[in-house]
Design a protein around this ligand. Sequence first.
Ligand code: HEM
Ligand SMILES: [Cu+2]
Length: 554
Amino acid sequence: MSHAALATADDTPKSYLSNRFSIQSWLFTVDHKRIAILYLISLTVFFLLGGAAAAIFRLDLMTPQADLLQSETYNKLFTMHGIVMIFFFLVPSIPAVLGNFLVPIMIGAKDVAFPKLNLLSWYVFMAGGLLALGAIVRGGVDTGWTFYTPYSSMYANSHVILAVAGAFIAGFSSIMTALNFIVTIHKMRAPGLTWFRLPLFIWAMYATSLVVILGTPVVAITLVMIFIERFFGFGLFDPALGGDPVLFQHLFWFYSHPAVYIMILPSMGVVSELVSCFSRRRLYGYTFVAFSSLAIAVIGFFVWGHHMFVSSQSVYAGLIFSFLTFFVAIPTAIKILNWIMTMYKGSVSFETPMLYAYGFLGLFTIGGLTGLFLSTLATDIHLHDTYFVVAHFHYVMVGGGVMGFLGGLHFWWPKITGRMYPEGWAKFAAIVIFVGFNLTFFPQFQLGYHGMPRRYHTYAEEFQILHVMSTAGASVLGAGYLIMAGYMIWSLFKGKRAPANPWDARGLEWETSSPPPTENFLTTPVVTQEAYAYDKPSVTWVPTAHPIPEGHRV
Ligand code: HEM
Ligand SMILES: [Cu+2]
């Protein structure tokens, strides 16, 4: 839809939500804010599907014998869970929803650089998602989300091609979004908004976009190779034909390790915003935090071999990958130390988004530290392919990625919807989610340490207590998510109207109304000072020409 049509009869600017309300105006919108909402709705559906699969197989794991599911069904469920959660929820989550909504507003632009490409990327994403769901409806895939060859290319008698095509196509969507962000951040910053005045969320989006552009084509080519191998038997991965099955793992992890940072860097960007706002202080060590995002993005490309310690790579290769992996811990530690210093020097309050930031810090730190056991060659031999790994990556991806997403969603919810969520319920849900999460995944460290392999649905009786704890925890976690979904939907209709800046935060997005008008700002803002100027009063950047009524929503 056009960006015109600001002036209305009573000359009050309409918000992006209320300005023309028809199905077409949403499905053909080029407004980055509406596209963000389209993504939010789609991702919520995918999260529910992935969660439902987990609920079923977690129930099956309550007993040591296969009492609920057949092994084949079990394999298909955890594969579906992995594919949906990774490719169709966590990778796009923060960039496609919060990034799309915030990047132009935070830099004082009217939209992203290529608004139509932005809409196309949503359609492409949906096409990929529907293909992958098609694979599930037609009977499922049992290879695991990693599609390891030669099983996936030669033997798996399931709908590998459909699922692979879905992931392949979704990759294009990430690439389009990333290109859009990079050009937008380079070219469309408001006057006065220099690189080192940018919010750290923007730095995180920038670094993430680099990883997406450098990594995604590699996994895309790898997926095409599976396709070729399955259809034409080229012998790319099949040893009988002179191929190399381990080649697949190299190519796959060359993307998929950096992809971990596609999921985590955006979360770190969110946490920087939250920590600064709720400590009421400029982020300590701003420049270090900004550059550490770039450092993580670069180093992330040199460590893929830690997924392959036991794949017959040479001991020397293993040692080098082990050593390089430790390096990623440095920029990560820099960020964590700087957040803690910010809180230490600031005056912290405990609104819901900040609770999620604390959740992120605790859970991600556990995930990261247990990563050290896995990146140490000697200990990984013992822990490889056990539940320790499952616990580790859930702490990182759900504890880090999802906590950051939820924190950001709460923080910017008033801006996005024009409504406040109920603070009491939100705090309650945040605590339920935190407790449920730990109850689900902490026992899995012990399971793994004691030798329970992953991807098995029958197990020795001695493991049952821990599995029952984990399933009980998953129910608590699920309840937490449902409570959240409930009050978020409630707030859309009954929530208090949000003022422009409910948190007394700093940043351009808080200088426009909640929800913002279609063109974000009524006049181009001019930035005169650095981000996070919590020592100065709000609205110091530049006032808009006509003051926008607070909490305006037509
Ligand atoms: C909400 C509650 C969740 C529960 C109870 C749960 C449970 C599990 C379990 C038990 C496995 C291991 C299956 C096996 O190896 O036999 C697993 C695998 C996995 N989960 Fe989750 N999960 C949850 C949420 C998530 C989320 C939010 C994500 C990502 C955003 C995620 C990503 C993965 C991935 C990538 C795997 C690996 C699948 C594989 O090994 O092939 N999970 N999950
Ligand atoms: Cu890795």
